[in-house]
Write a protein that binds this ligand. Structure first.
Ligand SMILES: [Zn+2]
Length: 374
């Protein structure tokens, strides 16, 4: 990797919070964060993976310690000055800003202000639509109150400091989004009230939520992110294929809504295709880079087979452990450099062009898309 690729700053347009110092020595969390497996999955198997070796390599580098027995690791992590440790990991990785999905945060995570202090990066929140819907559900007795509460929060998002919104419809009922009549949504809301559950899992109501929020987001120039593809087993991966988003994309992107597909693996090629044929469609390959260490170069190259460099964004989807942010950045820099250094790419492009594309993907695209800064 040439020096150039290691110094360009990164904006992470999709990530979550890390833990605070009270859990800095939590080794089990460090192992589990290398996988999307549920907590019932054996730790012994999680440790027989390249990504766990990679995380330990980073921890060794930054703690300047060797451990023979894994039992020593917790004590070594606890001895670190946590703020100094986090800051050096984030600084060396080149993180300039973090766009944080607060819809998922690990136990004992700091406030966003404290996260900014721990990482020395600018931190901006992303509004999780399903969370808004579920918290309004706690207080709204009638459908009309719920609708009013949800939509007023969506309308005020930019003013409140949010720089985008996110939906996890893929996790609940799938990406085959469609328009739902108010009558049907009202009946679903009433059934939800009867159910005794606080979790929004009804297909009609989820569709209604996303479909009604979309134009309000477009008016504020707030991009809408979708969880796409790979995730924990709570998601039905068959329904997380971004090709299901076709109707949604064709309805809302002509109004100016920007649609951002997160993670995408193993559908990163489909996502790249969509970004190559529809205006206002963007994507990333977070999560697989860093978790799929050995395939990072291939995945990045596949993602970019068709898609413009102006539609592909860096993200880590890291959370809980600062080492994961470091690994995501390191692997992404390596994979992107290897893609642009490919002799075939190099044959047709100038150094200046390749540097311009690197800047777009690493930080400029996110700056323009979410913050409106050219
Ligand atoms: Zn995420």
């Amino acid at each position: 990797m040439t020096d150039y690729f290691s110094t360009v700053p990164l904006i992470d347009h999709h990530c979550h919070s890390i833990v605070d110092e009270s859990r800095q020595g939590d080794v089990e969390a460090m192992i589990r964060v290398t996988s999307e497996a549920p907590s019932s999955y054996p730790l012994a198997d999680l440790k027989e993976r390249l990504v766990w070796e990679a995380v330990q390599t980073i921890a060794r580098r930054y703690t300047k310690s060797e451990w023979k027995q894994e039992e020593e690791l917790g004590a070594i992590l606890k001895q670190q000055d946590y703020k100094a440790y986090c800051r050096s990991l984030f600084k060396d990785a080149g993180y300039q800003a973090l766009f944080v999905d607060t819809g998922y945060a690990p136990a004992a995570s700091p406030s966003l202000g404290k996260l900014a202090d721990l990482t020395d990066a600018a931190v901006y929140p992303v509004l999780r639509l399903e969370k808004v819907a579920e918290s309004a559900f706690q207080t709204a007795a009638a459908f009309s109150d719920w609708r009013e509460m949800v939509l007023s929060q969506v309308k005020a998002a930019r003013e409140k400091g949010y720089i985008g919104a996110k939906s996890i419809a893929a996790y609940r009922t799938g990406l085959n989004l469609h328009e739902v009549e108010e009558r049907e949504a009202k009946a679903s809301f009433e059934a939800w009230k009867q159910s005794g559950s606080g979790r929004l899992a009804d297909e009609s109501l989820l569709n209604y939520l996303v479909w009604t929020a979309a134009p309000l987001l477009a008016e504020q120039a707030l991009p809408l992110q979708f969880h796409v593809g790979y995730g924990d087993p709570d998601t039905d991966l068959r329904l997380g294929n971004p090709l299901h988003l076709r109707d949604f994309i064709e309805t809302f992107t002509p109004m100016g809504l920007s649609v951002v597909m997160l993670h995408c693996y193993p559908y990163h090629r489909e996502a790249g295709y969509l970004a190559s044929v529809y205006n206002h469609v963007y994507f990333d390959t977070s999560l697989i880079v860093p978790l799929g260490v050995s395939s990072a170069r291939r995945v990045v190259a596949e993602a970019l087979e068709l898609a413009p460099y102006s539609r592909y964004l860096f993200a880590s989807d890291a959370h809980t452990r600062p080492e994961m942010f470091a690994l995501a950045a390191e692997l992404f820099r390596d994979a992107f450099a290897s893609h642009l250094d490919d002799p075939l790419v190099a044959r047709y492009t100038s150094v200046e062009k390749r540097e311009a594309w690197t800047n777009q993907v690493f930080h400029l695209n996110s700056k323009k898309l979410y913050l409106g800064i050219d």
